[in-house]
Design a protein around this ligand. Structure first.
Ligand code: SF4
Length: 121
């Protein structure tokens, strides 16, 4: 049986977690986690890893000046969609004024996650 070692990133304890995989690469047993959140993290990490994304989009000010607006996803979503997301963000222009938390992209790539502004601008 194959095993995979991970470091749980859910809390600062950073537990070293071992996942036993079946012949299909699916997780069957998780050890080393100090709490149930670590098992959920490990199973998710093996089957469909997710992360929050942070980047910038072009911001056009009321005076026509351009700047970069920091943005992030409202929650973690599939890592497999991050490259497509970064490409999408390269082509987005937002008009000022923007408030922190304003939605820049709703339901990003049908993930159910939004891209939101990280600051006022
Ligand atoms: S397994 Fe539990 S205690 Fe350990 S890092 Fe993950 S969340 Fe924290």
């Amino acid at each position: 049986m194959d095993t995979k070692k991970l470091v749980c990133t859910v809390c600062p304890n950073s537990c070293s977690v071992t996942v036993e995989l079946n012949e299909s690469g699916e997780p069957v047993r998780v050890t080393g986690n100090r709490c149930p959140r670590g098992e959920a993290f490990a199973r998710q990490e093996i089957t469909c890893p997710v992360r929050v994304i942070a980047s910038t989009v072009l911001l056009r000010g009321e005076d026509g000046q351009e700047a970069l607006l920091p943005v992030r996803s409202s929650a973690a979503f599939a890592l497999s969609k991050h490259a497509q997301t970064m490409e999408l963000l390269r082509h987005i222009t937002v008009r000022a004024p923007v408030k922190m938390g304003d939605v820049v992209i709703h339901n990003l790539l049908d993930t159910g996650v939004d891209v939101i502004a990280s600051c006022n601008s």
